[in-house]
Design a protein around this ligand. Structure first.
Ligand code: GLV
Length: 330
């Protein structure tokens, strides 16, 4: 029997062609409301669904679901209640690995842009206010020789570390903040001797730049809260390309306005796509619209991955990137 796929938002080629070749493929013209998604999953019309980060798949969404697999077009899968999917025997897959470099590029771009006041400088030139440079003009923050503190040390954090080392930064990390876990040299691989593990509290208090690379979980929600912001250096710059709720955005606005930290570069927001009150007006920020993985090549590779995994799950087979492999026998 031919497989039937539901795609909640158009994905790039070759994703759609791969799906269409494997079965009947329905691409929705716009993301479904939570109620509509619940109905579609319960309809029995689809074997597998390709979801986007903005599709919230809750226990309620899944209560009568008849799909065999959910192939999420993102590496993060906090939008899906994996426990509820597993309980119903529904597989979940994601897109790890292929977007690490693209996302680290955006994280490093944010770091540099905030450090060197890119947005302000660009606006100054465009608005005709550039009347000549000078010794006191547009001073920013050094990058080379400064300490970058990484929250997390997974694939994206490692890609960020590679960039930072290339710029002559000192790199410290905490693998699973706020919890502590010792990382062996073997696990560090190419980074052994080049980066240093530090307690999270020490990173918060001593790093010149902090870049967040943790998944959003109950433990990491508001990892950067008012208390952490108050303990950071006044000259510190925060970069978030992970998930918005890892930072208490209202507390961040306050910290930026009162000069508790020097600046922030964000690609993700707590109530995305909405911004916290005052964030757009806060000083020394660069705000991007969640484009970490948004390059043609990366998005196309992700599309191929989600298509292949949707096909596998529709056939009752284990996908290449399972989030809950136990559904497929481990
Ligand atoms: C992007 O945020 C992703 O998780 O892929």
């Amino acid at each position: 029997m031919t497989s039937r796929f539901l795609v909640t938002a158009e994905i790039p080629e070759p994703g759609l062609s791969i799906l269409r070749e494997a079965g009947e493929t329905t691409v929705l013209p716009e993301l479904p409301s939570p109620e509509r998604l619940t109905e579609l999953l319960a309809s029995g019309d689809y074997d597998a669904v390709i979801t986007q980060m903005a599709d919230k798949v809750t226990p309620d969404t899944l209560k009568d679901a008849q799909v065999k697999g959910i192939s999420n077009y993102a590496v993060g899968f906090n939008n899906i209640d994996v426990e509820a999917a597993t309980a119903r025997g529904i597989g979940v897959s994601n897109t790890p690995g292929v977007l690490s470099d693209a996302t680290a590029d955006i994280a490093f771009l944010l770091l540099l842009s905030v450090a060197r006041r890119l947005r302000e400088a660009d606006e100054l030139v465009r608005s005709g206010q550039f009347k000549g440079t000078g010794p006191m003009f547009m001073l920013g923050h050094d990058v080379t020789g400064q300490t970058l503190g990484l929250a997390g040390f997974g694939r994206i954090a490692r890609a960020m570390a590679r960039r930072a080392l290339g710029f002559g930064m000192k790199v410290v990390f905490s693998p699973r903040p706020p919890l502590e876990r010792e990382v062996s040299d073997e696990e560090l691989g190419e980074f052994a001797g080049r980066v240093e593990q530090k307690p999270w509290d020490e990173i918060v208090e001593t790093a010149d730049y902090i870049s967040l690379h943790v998944p959003l979980t109950d433990d990491t929600k508001h990892l950067i809260d008012a208390d952490a912001l108050s303990r950071m250096k006044k000259t510190a710059i925060l970069v978030n390309t992970a998930r918005g709720p890892v930072v208490d955005e209202a507390a961040l606005v306050e910290a930026l306005n009162t000069g508790e930290i020097a600046g922030a570069g964000l690609d993700v927001y707590e109530a995305e796509p909405a911004l916290a009150d005052g964030l757009a007006e806060a000083p020394n920020t660069v705000l991007l619209p969640h484009i970490g993985s948004a390059t043609e090549q990366t998005r196309s590779t992700m599309a191929e991955m989600v298509a292949r995994d949707a096909i596998a799950m529709a056939r009752g087979e284990k996908p290449e990137n399972p989030v809950n492999p136990e559904v497929f026998g481990g």
